[in-house]
Design a protein around this ligand. Structure first.
Ligand code: AMP
Ligand code: ZN
Length: 470
Protein backbone atom coordinates (compact mmCIF):
# COMPACT_ATOMS: atom_id res chain seq x y z
CA UNK A 1 0.00 0.00 0.00
CA UNK A 2 1.13 3.55 -0.68
CA UNK A 3 0.39 6.16 1.95
CA UNK A 4 1.15 9.87 2.07
CA UNK A 5 3.39 10.50 5.04
CA UNK A 6 3.25 14.03 6.48
CA UNK A 7 6.68 13.45 7.96
CA UNK A 8 8.45 12.91 4.63
CA UNK A 9 5.90 15.02 2.71
CA UNK A 10 5.46 12.34 0.08
CA UNK A 11 3.62 9.18 -0.79
CA UNK A 12 5.58 6.18 0.44
CA UNK A 13 5.30 2.42 0.35
CA UNK A 14 3.76 1.45 3.65
CA UNK A 15 6.08 -0.99 5.38
CA UNK A 16 5.20 -1.81 8.98
CA UNK A 17 8.01 -2.43 11.42
CA UNK A 18 6.68 -5.89 12.18
CA UNK A 19 5.81 -7.41 8.79
CA UNK A 20 2.05 -7.98 8.84
CA UNK A 21 1.38 -6.47 12.25
CA UNK A 22 0.41 -2.81 12.31
CA UNK A 23 0.28 -0.55 15.32
CA UNK A 24 -1.97 2.43 14.86
CA UNK A 25 -2.74 5.34 17.16
CA UNK A 26 -5.56 7.85 16.85
CA UNK A 27 -6.01 11.09 18.77
CA UNK A 28 -9.39 10.70 20.43
CA UNK A 29 -12.01 13.36 21.11
CA UNK A 30 -11.88 16.05 23.75
CA UNK A 31 -15.10 15.18 25.51
CA UNK A 32 -16.42 18.58 26.56
CA UNK A 33 -19.06 18.75 23.85
CA UNK A 34 -20.63 16.69 21.07
CA UNK A 35 -18.35 15.71 18.21
CA UNK A 36 -19.18 17.75 15.14
CA UNK A 37 -19.35 16.21 11.70
CA UNK A 38 -15.91 17.71 10.95
CA UNK A 39 -14.34 15.73 13.79
CA UNK A 40 -16.24 12.72 12.52
CA UNK A 41 -14.83 13.17 9.01
CA UNK A 42 -11.41 12.49 10.54
CA UNK A 43 -12.69 9.41 12.39
CA UNK A 44 -14.46 8.08 9.29
CA UNK A 45 -11.30 8.33 7.18
CA UNK A 46 -9.17 6.77 9.93
CA UNK A 47 -11.73 3.96 10.19
CA UNK A 48 -11.43 3.35 6.44
CA UNK A 49 -7.64 3.24 6.78
CA UNK A 50 -7.85 0.67 9.56
CA UNK A 51 -10.42 -1.43 7.71
CA UNK A 52 -8.51 -1.31 4.47
CA UNK A 53 -5.33 -2.44 6.20
CA UNK A 54 -7.24 -5.38 7.67
CA UNK A 55 -8.78 -6.10 4.24
CA UNK A 56 -5.26 -6.11 2.76
CA UNK A 57 -4.25 -8.78 5.29
CA UNK A 58 -2.61 -6.76 8.08
CA UNK A 59 -3.20 -7.51 11.70
CA UNK A 60 -3.97 -4.07 13.12
CA UNK A 61 -3.98 -2.99 16.75
CA UNK A 62 -5.48 0.43 17.14
CA UNK A 63 -5.39 2.57 20.25
CA UNK A 64 -7.23 5.80 20.97
CA UNK A 65 -7.20 8.16 23.93
CA UNK A 66 -10.09 10.13 25.33
CA UNK A 67 -9.02 13.64 26.31
CA UNK A 68 -10.76 14.29 29.60
CA UNK A 69 -8.14 16.57 31.14
CA UNK A 70 -5.50 19.10 30.13
CA UNK A 71 -6.70 20.38 26.75
CA UNK A 72 -6.84 24.16 26.91
CA UNK A 73 -8.94 26.27 24.58
CA UNK A 74 -5.86 27.08 22.58
CA UNK A 75 -3.87 24.08 21.39
CA UNK A 76 -0.89 25.64 23.16
CA UNK A 77 -0.74 26.38 26.87
CA UNK A 78 -3.13 29.29 27.05
CA UNK A 79 -6.86 29.72 27.48
CA UNK A 80 -9.23 27.81 29.74
CA UNK A 81 -9.33 24.09 30.31
CA UNK A 82 -11.92 22.86 27.82
CA UNK A 83 -13.32 20.25 30.20
CA UNK A 84 -13.72 22.75 33.00
CA UNK A 85 -15.41 25.16 30.64
CA UNK A 86 -17.83 22.42 29.52
CA UNK A 87 -18.61 21.48 33.11
CA UNK A 88 -19.34 25.09 34.07
CA UNK A 89 -21.53 25.54 31.01
CA UNK A 90 -23.69 22.58 32.03
CA UNK A 91 -23.45 22.91 35.81
CA UNK A 92 -22.02 19.43 36.08
CA UNK A 93 -18.77 17.91 37.28
CA UNK A 94 -15.92 17.32 34.84
CA UNK A 95 -16.32 13.55 35.15
CA UNK A 96 -20.06 13.78 34.44
CA UNK A 97 -19.34 15.82 31.33
CA UNK A 98 -16.63 13.39 30.26
CA UNK A 99 -18.90 10.35 30.64
CA UNK A 100 -21.82 11.98 28.87
CA UNK A 101 -19.84 13.15 25.84
CA UNK A 102 -17.74 9.99 25.61
CA UNK A 103 -20.97 7.97 25.36
CA UNK A 104 -22.37 10.46 22.85
CA UNK A 105 -19.20 10.15 20.76
CA UNK A 106 -19.39 6.36 20.58
CA UNK A 107 -23.09 6.49 19.82
CA UNK A 108 -22.32 8.80 16.85
CA UNK A 109 -19.51 6.48 15.76
CA UNK A 110 -21.89 3.51 15.85
CA UNK A 111 -24.37 5.35 13.64
CA UNK A 112 -21.57 6.04 11.17
CA UNK A 113 -20.32 2.43 11.26
CA UNK A 114 -17.00 3.55 12.76
CA UNK A 115 -15.39 0.62 14.55
CA UNK A 116 -14.32 1.22 18.15
CA UNK A 117 -10.51 0.93 18.41
CA UNK A 118 -9.09 -2.12 20.20
CA UNK A 119 -8.01 0.01 23.16
CA UNK A 120 -9.74 3.22 24.25
CA UNK A 121 -8.15 4.95 27.20
CA UNK A 122 -9.18 8.14 29.03
CA UNK A 123 -6.20 10.32 29.96
CA UNK A 124 -7.34 10.47 33.60
CA UNK A 125 -6.68 6.72 33.91
CA UNK A 126 -3.01 6.98 32.92
CA UNK A 127 -1.62 9.60 35.31
CA UNK A 128 1.12 7.29 36.70
CA UNK A 129 2.31 6.72 33.15
CA UNK A 130 2.59 10.47 32.51
CA UNK A 131 4.50 11.02 35.74
CA UNK A 132 6.94 8.23 34.83
CA UNK A 133 7.71 9.69 31.40
CA UNK A 134 7.92 13.30 32.62
CA UNK A 135 10.30 12.25 35.43
CA UNK A 136 12.55 10.57 32.90
CA UNK A 137 12.49 13.64 30.62
CA UNK A 138 13.59 15.81 33.55
CA UNK A 139 16.37 13.35 34.42
CA UNK A 140 17.63 13.36 30.84
CA UNK A 141 17.65 17.15 30.66
CA UNK A 142 14.75 17.49 28.23
CA UNK A 143 12.39 19.07 30.73
CA UNK A 144 12.66 21.74 33.41
CA UNK A 145 10.66 23.15 36.25
CA UNK A 146 9.72 26.83 36.16
CA UNK A 147 7.17 28.74 38.16
CA UNK A 148 5.81 25.47 39.52
CA UNK A 149 5.11 23.88 36.11
CA UNK A 150 7.16 21.35 34.15
CA UNK A 151 8.08 22.37 30.59
CA UNK A 152 9.58 20.50 27.67
CA UNK A 153 12.76 22.21 26.47
CA UNK A 154 12.50 22.36 22.68
CA UNK A 155 15.99 23.88 22.35
CA UNK A 156 17.42 20.46 23.23
CA UNK A 157 16.23 19.02 19.92
CA UNK A 158 18.05 19.08 16.59
CA UNK A 159 14.77 19.55 14.79
CA UNK A 160 11.51 20.57 16.40
CA UNK A 161 9.30 21.73 13.48
CA UNK A 162 9.11 18.31 11.82
CA UNK A 163 6.00 19.05 9.78
CA UNK A 164 7.25 22.41 8.65
CA UNK A 165 5.85 22.34 5.14
CA UNK A 166 2.48 23.15 6.64
CA UNK A 167 1.14 26.57 5.94
CA UNK A 168 2.17 29.23 8.39
CA UNK A 169 -1.43 29.61 9.57
CA UNK A 170 -1.53 25.90 10.52
CA UNK A 171 1.75 26.23 12.36
CA UNK A 172 0.56 29.24 14.24
CA UNK A 173 -2.47 27.65 15.94
CA UNK A 174 -1.14 27.63 19.46
CA UNK A 175 0.42 31.03 19.20
CA UNK A 176 -2.48 32.71 17.45
CA UNK A 177 -5.01 32.06 20.18
CA UNK A 178 -2.69 32.65 23.11
CA UNK A 179 -2.17 36.32 23.57
CA UNK A 180 -0.37 36.19 26.87
CA UNK A 181 3.20 34.93 26.78
CA UNK A 182 4.19 32.47 29.49
CA UNK A 183 7.30 34.05 31.03
CA UNK A 184 8.32 30.71 32.59
CA UNK A 185 9.19 29.31 29.18
CA UNK A 186 12.85 29.31 28.23
CA UNK A 187 11.98 29.11 24.54
CA UNK A 188 8.85 30.24 22.79
CA UNK A 189 8.02 26.74 21.52
CA UNK A 190 8.44 25.03 24.91
CA UNK A 191 5.25 23.42 26.18
CA UNK A 192 3.80 22.29 29.46
CA UNK A 193 4.09 18.65 30.50
CA UNK A 194 2.63 19.10 33.97
CA UNK A 195 0.80 22.02 35.53
CA UNK A 196 0.96 22.61 39.25
CA UNK A 197 0.56 26.34 39.32
CA UNK A 198 -1.96 27.58 36.93
CA UNK A 199 -4.72 30.10 36.76
CA UNK A 200 -7.32 27.38 37.24
CA UNK A 201 -7.82 27.41 40.98
CA UNK A 202 -11.11 25.71 40.35
CA UNK A 203 -9.47 22.81 38.43
CA UNK A 204 -11.50 19.85 39.64
CA UNK A 205 -9.18 17.02 38.82
CA UNK A 206 -5.71 17.13 40.37
CA UNK A 207 -3.20 14.46 41.23
CA UNK A 208 -0.15 14.18 43.47
CA UNK A 209 3.16 14.29 41.62
CA UNK A 210 6.83 14.72 42.52
CA UNK A 211 6.38 18.39 41.53
CA UNK A 212 3.29 19.07 43.60
CA UNK A 213 -0.44 18.57 43.13
CA UNK A 214 -1.45 19.24 39.58
CA UNK A 215 -2.53 17.83 36.24
CA UNK A 216 -0.96 16.86 32.91
CA UNK A 217 -0.65 18.94 29.77
CA UNK A 218 -2.59 17.72 26.74
CA UNK A 219 0.27 16.50 24.52
CA UNK A 220 1.87 14.07 26.95
CA UNK A 221 -1.23 11.88 27.13
CA UNK A 222 -1.07 10.69 23.52
CA UNK A 223 2.65 9.84 23.66
CA UNK A 224 2.23 7.90 26.90
CA UNK A 225 -0.97 6.07 25.98
CA UNK A 226 0.49 5.08 22.63
CA UNK A 227 3.76 3.82 24.15
CA UNK A 228 1.94 2.00 26.95
CA UNK A 229 -0.22 -0.08 24.61
CA UNK A 230 1.76 -0.16 21.36
CA UNK A 231 5.34 -0.12 22.55
CA UNK A 232 8.40 1.88 21.55
CA UNK A 233 7.70 1.87 17.81
CA UNK A 234 4.51 3.07 16.24
CA UNK A 235 3.62 2.40 12.60
CA UNK A 236 0.86 4.95 11.99
CA UNK A 237 -0.32 7.95 13.95
CA UNK A 238 -3.58 9.56 12.79
CA UNK A 239 -5.40 12.79 13.43
CA UNK A 240 -6.94 15.85 11.87
CA UNK A 241 -4.55 18.26 10.14
CA UNK A 242 -5.06 20.92 12.84
CA UNK A 243 -3.33 18.59 15.26
CA UNK A 244 -0.09 18.43 13.27
CA UNK A 245 1.04 21.53 15.11
CA UNK A 246 1.54 21.91 17.97
CA UNK A 247 0.03 18.65 19.22
CA UNK A 248 1.73 16.03 17.04
CA UNK A 249 4.93 18.05 16.81
CA UNK A 250 5.09 18.01 20.61
CA UNK A 251 4.20 14.32 20.76
CA UNK A 252 7.18 13.53 18.55
CA UNK A 253 9.50 15.80 20.52
CA UNK A 254 8.73 14.25 23.88
CA UNK A 255 8.38 10.62 22.71
CA UNK A 256 11.70 10.61 20.87
CA UNK A 257 13.47 12.46 23.69
CA UNK A 258 12.15 9.82 26.08
CA UNK A 259 12.87 6.79 23.88
CA UNK A 260 16.15 7.98 22.40
CA UNK A 261 15.19 6.81 18.91
CA UNK A 262 12.67 7.59 16.16
CA UNK A 263 9.16 6.76 17.29
CA UNK A 264 6.44 6.81 14.62
CA UNK A 265 7.07 6.08 10.94
CA UNK A 266 3.90 7.28 9.20
CA UNK A 267 1.76 10.32 9.99
CA UNK A 268 -1.72 10.28 8.50
CA UNK A 269 -3.52 13.63 8.57
CA UNK A 270 -7.09 14.17 7.51
CA UNK A 271 -7.91 17.60 6.13
CA UNK A 272 -10.78 19.70 7.33
CA UNK A 273 -14.44 19.76 6.75
CA UNK A 274 -15.35 23.36 6.10
CA UNK A 275 -18.61 25.22 6.00
CA UNK A 276 -19.23 28.57 4.41
CA UNK A 277 -17.92 30.20 7.56
CA UNK A 278 -14.61 28.28 7.39
CA UNK A 279 -13.34 25.32 9.42
CA UNK A 280 -16.01 23.68 11.52
CA UNK A 281 -14.94 23.84 15.15
CA UNK A 282 -16.45 23.04 18.52
CA UNK A 283 -15.18 26.19 20.13
CA UNK A 284 -17.17 28.34 17.70
CA UNK A 285 -20.26 27.05 19.51
CA UNK A 286 -22.48 26.42 16.49
CA UNK A 287 -21.74 23.22 14.70
CA UNK A 288 -23.38 20.32 12.97
CA UNK A 289 -23.82 17.01 14.71
CA UNK A 290 -24.97 13.58 13.57
CA UNK A 291 -28.18 14.03 15.60
CA UNK A 292 -28.92 17.25 13.78
CA UNK A 293 -28.51 15.53 10.42
CA UNK A 294 -30.85 12.78 11.62
CA UNK A 295 -33.41 15.34 12.75
CA UNK A 296 -33.30 16.75 9.24
CA UNK A 297 -34.08 13.30 7.88
CA UNK A 298 -30.62 12.19 6.71
CA UNK A 299 -29.32 8.68 7.22
CA UNK A 300 -25.94 9.10 9.01
CA UNK A 301 -24.44 6.63 6.53
CA UNK A 302 -25.19 9.14 3.77
CA UNK A 303 -22.77 11.48 5.56
CA UNK A 304 -20.19 8.69 5.60
CA UNK A 305 -20.77 8.18 1.87
CA UNK A 306 -20.41 11.95 1.33
CA UNK A 307 -17.01 11.84 3.07
CA UNK A 308 -15.84 8.86 1.01
CA UNK A 309 -16.60 10.70 -2.21
CA UNK A 310 -13.55 12.91 -1.69
CA UNK A 311 -9.94 12.36 -0.82
CA UNK A 312 -8.90 12.69 2.81
CA UNK A 313 -6.03 15.05 1.90
CA UNK A 314 -8.33 17.66 0.42
CA UNK A 315 -10.48 19.94 2.48
CA UNK A 316 -14.15 19.18 2.02
CA UNK A 317 -16.92 21.74 1.70
CA UNK A 318 -20.09 20.87 3.50
CA UNK A 319 -23.45 22.09 2.25
CA UNK A 320 -26.90 20.56 2.36
CA UNK A 321 -26.96 20.63 -1.42
CA UNK A 322 -23.82 18.47 -1.51
CA UNK A 323 -25.30 16.16 1.09
CA UNK A 324 -28.53 15.85 -0.91
CA UNK A 325 -26.52 14.84 -3.96
CA UNK A 326 -24.74 12.22 -1.88
CA UNK A 327 -28.10 10.97 -0.58
CA UNK A 328 -29.42 10.60 -4.12
CA UNK A 329 -26.30 8.70 -5.23
CA UNK A 330 -26.45 6.47 -2.13
CA UNK A 331 -30.13 5.67 -2.71
CA UNK A 332 -29.41 4.79 -6.33
CA UNK A 333 -26.73 2.31 -5.29
CA UNK A 334 -29.06 0.75 -2.74
CA UNK A 335 -31.82 0.46 -5.34
CA UNK A 336 -29.43 -1.36 -7.69
CA UNK A 337 -28.62 -3.90 -5.00
CA UNK A 338 -32.27 -4.85 -4.39
CA UNK A 339 -32.63 -7.10 -7.46
CA UNK A 340 -29.38 -8.86 -6.54
CA UNK A 341 -30.63 -9.92 -3.13
CA UNK A 342 -32.44 -12.97 -4.51
CA UNK A 343 -29.44 -14.04 -6.62
CA UNK A 344 -28.75 -17.72 -6.60
CA UNK A 345 -25.97 -19.71 -8.19
CA UNK A 346 -22.22 -19.75 -7.90
CA UNK A 347 -19.87 -16.84 -7.48
CA UNK A 348 -17.59 -16.59 -10.51
CA UNK A 349 -14.21 -16.39 -8.78
CA UNK A 350 -12.28 -15.13 -11.77
CA UNK A 351 -14.81 -12.39 -12.44
CA UNK A 352 -14.85 -11.53 -8.74
CA UNK A 353 -11.10 -10.92 -8.74
CA UNK A 354 -11.28 -8.95 -11.97
CA UNK A 355 -13.93 -6.53 -10.67
CA UNK A 356 -12.32 -6.30 -7.26
CA UNK A 357 -8.87 -5.32 -8.58
CA UNK A 358 -9.64 -1.64 -9.27
CA UNK A 359 -11.22 -1.28 -5.82
CA UNK A 360 -8.13 -2.69 -4.18
CA UNK A 361 -5.84 -0.55 -6.32
CA UNK A 362 -7.76 2.62 -5.49
CA UNK A 363 -7.49 2.12 -1.76
CA UNK A 364 -3.92 0.87 -1.94
CA UNK A 365 -3.06 4.17 -3.60
CA UNK A 366 -3.14 6.50 -0.60
CA UNK A 367 -6.71 5.56 0.24
CA UNK A 368 -8.43 6.92 -2.83
CA UNK A 369 -11.96 6.43 -1.59
CA UNK A 370 -13.66 8.30 -4.41
CA UNK A 371 -12.13 5.89 -6.93
CA UNK A 372 -13.17 3.03 -4.66
CA UNK A 373 -16.76 4.31 -4.93
CA UNK A 374 -16.38 4.34 -8.72
CA UNK A 375 -15.22 0.73 -8.48
CA UNK A 376 -18.35 -0.02 -6.46
CA UNK A 377 -20.54 1.48 -9.19
CA UNK A 378 -18.64 -0.52 -11.79
CA UNK A 379 -19.88 -3.73 -10.17
CA UNK A 380 -23.34 -3.01 -11.57
CA UNK A 381 -21.96 -2.28 -15.03
CA UNK A 382 -19.85 -5.44 -15.11
CA UNK A 383 -20.70 -8.70 -16.85
CA UNK A 384 -20.58 -10.59 -13.58
CA UNK A 385 -23.58 -12.74 -12.68
CA UNK A 386 -25.87 -11.54 -9.89
CA UNK A 387 -24.40 -13.83 -7.22
CA UNK A 388 -20.92 -12.47 -8.02
CA UNK A 389 -22.17 -8.89 -8.00
CA UNK A 390 -23.81 -9.38 -4.62
CA UNK A 391 -20.71 -10.99 -3.24
CA UNK A 392 -18.59 -8.08 -4.49
CA UNK A 393 -20.87 -5.51 -2.87
CA UNK A 394 -20.60 -7.38 0.43
CA UNK A 395 -16.85 -7.61 0.08
CA UNK A 396 -16.33 -3.90 -0.70
CA UNK A 397 -18.64 -2.94 2.11
CA UNK A 398 -16.44 -4.65 4.70
CA UNK A 399 -14.17 -1.64 4.10
CA UNK A 400 -16.62 1.07 3.05
CA UNK A 401 -19.10 0.18 5.81
CA UNK A 402 -22.01 1.91 4.14
CA UNK A 403 -24.61 -0.57 5.38
CA UNK A 404 -25.51 -1.30 1.76
CA UNK A 405 -26.96 -4.78 2.14
CA UNK A 406 -29.08 -3.80 5.16
CA UNK A 407 -30.35 -0.72 3.33
CA UNK A 408 -31.20 -2.80 0.25
CA UNK A 409 -33.06 -5.37 2.36
CA UNK A 410 -35.04 -2.59 4.00
CA UNK A 411 -35.90 -1.08 0.64
CA UNK A 412 -36.94 -4.50 -0.71
CA UNK A 413 -39.25 -4.89 2.31
CA UNK A 414 -40.78 -1.47 1.72
CA UNK A 415 -41.27 -2.23 -1.95
CA UNK A 416 -43.01 -5.46 -1.06
CA UNK A 417 -45.39 -3.69 1.30
CA UNK A 418 -46.16 -1.30 -1.45
CA UNK A 419 -47.19 -3.80 -4.11
CA UNK A 420 -50.14 -2.14 -5.76
CA UNK A 421 -53.47 -3.63 -6.74
CA UNK A 422 -53.71 -4.05 -10.50
CA UNK A 423 -56.35 -1.35 -10.84
CA UNK A 424 -54.17 1.26 -9.08
CA UNK A 425 -51.06 0.23 -10.99
CA UNK A 426 -52.98 0.76 -14.24
CA UNK A 427 -54.09 4.26 -13.22
CA UNK A 428 -50.53 5.12 -12.13
CA UNK A 429 -49.21 4.01 -15.52
CA UNK A 430 -51.87 6.09 -17.28
CA UNK A 431 -50.88 9.10 -15.18
CA UNK A 432 -47.21 8.60 -16.05
CA UNK A 433 -48.13 8.55 -19.71
CA UNK A 434 -50.22 11.72 -19.32
CA UNK A 435 -47.30 13.47 -17.63
CA UNK A 436 -44.99 12.38 -20.40
CA UNK A 437 -47.38 13.87 -22.93
CA UNK A 438 -47.54 17.01 -20.77
CA UNK A 439 -51.27 16.51 -20.31
CA UNK A 440 -51.14 17.77 -16.75
CA UNK A 441 -54.88 18.25 -16.43
CA UNK A 442 -55.40 14.54 -17.07
CA UNK A 443 -52.47 13.66 -14.79
CA UNK A 444 -54.05 15.66 -11.95
CA UNK A 445 -57.41 14.11 -12.56
CA UNK A 446 -55.88 10.63 -12.35
CA UNK A 447 -53.97 11.60 -9.18
CA UNK A 448 -57.29 12.60 -7.57
CA UNK A 449 -58.94 9.39 -8.71
CA UNK A 450 -56.06 7.37 -7.23
CA UNK A 451 -56.35 9.39 -4.00
CA UNK A 452 -60.08 8.65 -3.83
CA UNK A 453 -59.18 4.96 -4.02
CA UNK A 454 -56.94 5.36 -0.95
CA UNK A 455 -53.43 5.79 -2.46
CA UNK A 456 -50.99 8.72 -2.29
CA UNK A 457 -48.62 9.65 -5.10
CA UNK A 458 -45.29 11.29 -4.33
CA UNK A 459 -42.52 12.37 -6.69
CA UNK A 460 -39.18 11.37 -5.14
CA UNK A 461 -35.57 11.37 -6.27
CA UNK A 462 -35.99 7.77 -7.35
CA UNK A 463 -39.15 8.48 -9.32
CA UNK A 464 -42.85 8.18 -8.59
CA UNK A 465 -43.74 6.55 -5.28
CA UNK A 466 -47.24 5.28 -4.57
CA UNK A 467 -48.25 4.33 -1.04
CA UNK A 468 -51.46 3.29 0.66
CA UNK A 469 -52.98 6.08 2.78
CA UNK A 470 -52.38 5.38 6.44
P1 AMP B 1 -11.01 17.30 19.31
O1 AMP B 1 -12.22 16.60 19.88
O2 AMP B 1 -11.19 18.77 19.18
O3 AMP B 1 -9.76 16.94 20.07
O4 AMP B 1 -10.83 16.79 17.81
C1 AMP B 1 -11.00 15.45 17.43
C2 AMP B 1 -10.43 15.20 16.03
O5 AMP B 1 -11.13 15.96 15.03
C3 AMP B 1 -8.97 15.61 15.90
O6 AMP B 1 -8.29 14.60 15.15
C4 AMP B 1 -9.03 16.91 15.12
O7 AMP B 1 -7.84 17.14 14.41
C5 AMP B 1 -10.20 16.64 14.19
N1 AMP B 1 -10.88 17.84 13.66
C6 AMP B 1 -11.18 18.98 14.30
N2 AMP B 1 -11.86 19.84 13.50
C7 AMP B 1 -12.00 19.22 12.29
C8 AMP B 1 -12.62 19.57 11.03
N3 AMP B 1 -13.28 20.71 10.84
N4 AMP B 1 -12.55 18.67 10.01
C9 AMP B 1 -11.93 17.46 10.19
N5 AMP B 1 -11.35 17.08 11.35
C10 AMP B 1 -11.37 17.93 12.39
ZN1 ZN C 1 -3.25 13.25 20.41
Amino acid sequence: MKLYNSLSHKKEDFIPKNEKKVSMYTCGPTVYHYAHIGNLRSYIMEDILEKYLRYAGYDVTRVMNITDVGHLTSDGDTGDDKMLKGAKREHKTVMEIAKFYTDAFFSDCAKLNIKTPDVVKPATECIDEFIKVISSLIENGYAYEAGGNIYFDTSKLDKYYVFSDFKQEDLAVGVREGVEEDSNKRNKADFVLWFTKSKFDSQELKWESPWGTGYPGWHIECSCISMKYLGEYLDIHCGGIDNAFPHHTNEIAQSEAYLGHPWCNYWFHVHHLNTEGGKMSKSKGEFLTVSLLEEKGYNPLVYRFFCLQSHYRKSLAFSYENLDNAAAAYDKIVARIVPLLSASGEVDKEMFEKVKAPFDEALANDLNTSLAITALLDIFKSDANDATKLSLVKDFDTVLSLGLIEAAKKLAEENKEEELPEEIAKLVAERQQARKEKNFALADELRDKIADMGYVIEETRQGTKVTKKK
